[in-house]
Design a protein around this ligand. Structure first.
Ligand SMILES: [Zn+2]
Length: 90
């Protein structure tokens, strides 16, 4: 394999990973995994966590680390990749 076919394979792996990552709202992560690991990276991105999570207040889709819900306006505190739900009175 010469360097051109190596480069084309990596580009194809990355592009496919990017497409798969889009379904998970993680296109960049998908492209990186695709380039690094090829088909194994695709499996990782398909089986991996979604880049979005529902708002604990209204259920609207949130991007990871989004500071405020676009639908209900609630401000979010993120703990280990999950938004904290409504504050309980204790
Ligand atoms: Zn909300």
């Amino acid at each position: 394999m010469n360097w051109i076919s190596v480069f084309l394979s990596l580009a194809a792996f990355g592009a496919t990973g990017w497409l798969l990552g889009r379904f998970k709202d993680r296109p960049v992560a998908g492209a990186v995994w695709g380039v690094l690991l090829g088909p194994i990276g695709w499996v990782i991105i398909v089986l991996g966590p979604k880049g979005r999570t529902p708002c604990p207040y209204c259920g609207a889709s949130l991007t990871l680390r989004q500071s405020r819900c676009g639908a209900c306006g609630a401000s979010m505190t993120w703990v280990r990749g999950k938004p904290l739900g409504p504050r309980r009175t204790e």
